[in-house]
Design a protein around this ligand. Structure first.
Ligand code: SF4
Length: 673
């Protein structure tokens, strides 16, 4: 019998599409977009159509496994769930006894973005265990989030649908075609009415090709470009003095910094011609509503927080807020009344529990002075070997024979090869979940559409069973999935309009409502900073990171080429890397840089720096600017002939905010192999 059932895409993507799933004989055979979500309206990206192969393919983990060979070789034997839970209990208990519970670390990230699978019963378990806490946000999105929090506070700015009302749209470091697909119809609708499109990106992406103006900026120089625009706006009378006086804190200090960099200097640092900076400033002054749509690209460097803060300053200085379609399209997390402390059982965590930064866990695994050392690792919702910067350090850490490692995943990832015990997790098609979004304002719920494949279990059930095995009792560990959904959001918040999350109809995407309407910053929502104003000089960022104002530091390196590693349209980070169709491992180089090294298209090259060496096939293209090379992130080790992928070349130093990852600070050289 063929059925079509509703679901929701759980991937790390702002769009959180509603789906229609065709099921035959308890197998997912087709995945299409549905119209439940009014933003995504039946369209999904190409990779998600591959879900049937992902869920039922040869790499699917079907039973618990136990390691039988050296770490990294992937030799395992099947065991029962009871044996697996006993093994974890015995080893973790022994480690707690000898080193203390903080010698155990959960290493999880954003594989699924459902609120239950992403972080609920799992964290209740680890908090009660007393394990080390992991700070996850620095790996991606945290720098941008902190930059925005410091400048505007935790406030939703606008719905993505409002971009259709803009007359000037500026995707800044945002490859919308791949990373925010459903913005494209809004951009097209605005352009059909005459809107202008300006793209800021080191690459000539698909959206950049369609733009009226493309500023192919050097990676990590966003702050300088935004300063130059602010100073130019001031010169041409493009600042809104009255808005600044009423609503902006620190404008004069910000502008003083901006004036210090001449237009010629800014053009040189950013690698963008002066006339284009002037042209953009003129457009920004004259066209309203104007909206900037920043992506996560600008955060992936040591100036990331500063770059985004300076970009966020532009609509405040030019008075672009308070109108439909104007201002900033910024992450939507603050649109939902989330209650993470309740959902994740923060009260269960012992006082004084240490927190480690996800960006540098590879180093921590090898740190002889870390007290207590990490002796037990529980990896889930994550493929750290492929995703983390400084891959070789991570690999050395995972290879430690004295490290007891559990990996829980849907498919046999490269990180699974380093596990002592493997646990098979359900895909989102096999369990219920609740979905907020970071790119729109609709709440959605999904039920399972097929039973668990093999002996796999939902994350919530795995950690319920683990809690029981460890003797953790009480309502926190007995909560059903429906109860967890109702713990995830503030039930009395007006935005939920009286709807209990666990009872949200599957055919409905519930829009969050502000003052009876949509979020429009300075109409229905307002800054939530300590001063109540837009803080270009930020009290929060001064206290938390010693960064009252944005700043700029050039990357100093002996390696001449800047390496960027943006997302692929065939994977979401490393998810779907198991599918052979996603083996798109290339290095893009500008013809000038290729010629200077006597390199030609199609040849195999070595790309290297002090951290590692990666072998890739070369593509010579003007789609990257001179001085920049590009390879897409997330390809699995299968694509490599020397067991290193592009993250092997990414440094693990921190950005200026949030101790964030700096992938785009990688500097490399390229030569023939
Ligand atoms: S990855 Fe993004 S665009 Fe693709 S289906 Fe999922 S939510 Fe939609």
């Amino acid at each position: 019998m063929t059925q079509t059932l509703p679901s929701v895409c759980p991937l790390d993507c702002p769009d959180t599409c509603s789906l229609t799933v065709t099921v035959e004989a308890q197998q997912v055979v087709k995945v299409r977009g549905s119209h439940v979500n009014p933003l995504t309206r039946g369209t999904i990206c190409g990779k998600v159509a591959r879900y049937p192969e992902f869920v039922h393919g040869p790499d699917r983990l079907l039973t618990p496994l136990k390691r039988t060979g050296p770490k990294g070789t992937g030799a395992f034997a099947r065991i029962s769930w009871e044996e697996a839970l006993d093994l974890i209990y015995d080893r973790f208990s022994a480690l707690r006894e000898e080193f203390g519970a903080q010698a155990i670390l959960p290493l999880n990230y954003g594989g699924p973005h459902g609120m239950l699978a992403g972080g609920s019963m799992d964290l209740r378990f680890f908090h009660r265990l007393g394990a080390t806490r992991l700070s996850r946000r620095p790996l991606c999105g945290g720098v941008k989030e902190q930059a925005f929090l410091g400048t505007y506070g935790a406030v939703p700015t606008m719905r993505p649908e409002h971009v259709a009302y803009a007359r000037l749209i500026i995707p800044w470091g945002n490859n919308v075609t791949v990373s925010q697909l459903h913005l494209i119809p809004q951009i097209n609708a605005a352009r059909a009415k005459g809107a202008k499109l300006v793209v800021v990106d080191p690459r000539r992406t698909q959206i950049a090709r369609q733009a009226d103006l493309h500023l192919a900026i050097k990676p990590g120089t966003d702050v300088v470009l935004a300063w130059a625009l602010a100073a130019e706006l001031e010169r041409i009378g493009g600042l809104d003095a009255s808005f600044i006086a009423s609503h902006v804190l620190g404008a004069e200090e910000f502008l003083e910094q901006a004036r210090r960099v001449s237009l010629a200097e800014a053009a040189s640092v950013c690698g963008v011609e002066e006339r284009y900076i002037r042209q953009l400033a003129e457009m920004y002054k004259t066209l309203s509503p104007a909206v900037i749509c920043p992506g996560n690209g600008p955060e992936r460097n040591q100036n990331g927080g500063s770059g985004l803060r300076a970009v966020f300053a532009l609509p405040a200085l030019a008075g672009k807020l308070g109108v439909l379609g104007g201002g900033l399209l910024q992450g939507a997390s603050a649109a939902f009344p989330k209650t993470p402390a309740r959902l994740q059982g923060e009260a269960l965590m012992p006082a004084g529990t240490r927190t480690l930064n996800i960006v540098t866990i590879g180093r921590d695994l090898l740190d002889p002075h870390l007290d207590p050392p990490i002796k037990g690792l529980f990896i889930y919702n994550h493929n750290p070997l492929i995703v983390h910067p400084d891959q070789n350090t991570m690999k050395n850490g995972l290879s430690r024979e004295d490290l007891f490692t559990v990996v829980c995943d849907i498919v046999r990832t490269d990180s699974v090869r380093y596990a002592d015990v493997v646990l098979p997790a359900c895909s989102h098609f096999e369990h219920a979940d609740l979905f907020t979004a970071y790119g729109h304002h609709h709440l959605q719920r999904a039920d399972p559409v097929i039973p668990p494949v093999g002996e796999s279990l939902p994350n919530t059930e795995i950690f319920r069973r683990l809690a029981r095995r460890f003797g953790f009792t009480g309502p926190a560990f007995e909560a059903t999935d429906a109860e967890l959904m109702d713990d995830a959001l503030a039930l009395d918040d007006a935005r939920l309009q009286g709807v209990k999350p666990s009872q949200l109809p599957l055919e409905q995407a519930l829009p969050m409502v502000f003052e009876g309407g949509d979020a429009v910053l300075f109409q229905t929502t307002f800054p939530k900073t300590p001063s109540g104003k837009i803080e270009l000089r930020s009290t929060h960022l001064a206290q938390a990171y010693g960064q009252p104002l944005p700043s700029y530091r050039p990357v100093i390196s002996n390696y001449p080429l800047a390496l960027i590693s943006p997302g692929s349209d065939r994977r979401t980070s490393s998810t779907f890397g198991s599918l052979r169709y996603s083996d798109d491992a290339w290095l893009d180089i500008h013809p000038q840089d290729a010629q200077a090294r006597q390199l030609t298209a199609g040849m195999m090259v070595r790309v290297w720096n002090d951290l590692g060496e990666v072998h890739l096939r070369l593509r010579v293209t003007e789609d990257v600017r001179p001085g920049v090379v590009c390879s897409l992130k997330g390809a699995w080790l299968r694509t490599s002939d020397n067991d290193q992928t592009i993250s092997a070349l990414a440094p693990s130093h921190y950005a200026d905010l949030c101790e964030g990852a700096c992938y785009n600070d990688a500097r490399v050289e390229v030569a023939t192999l």
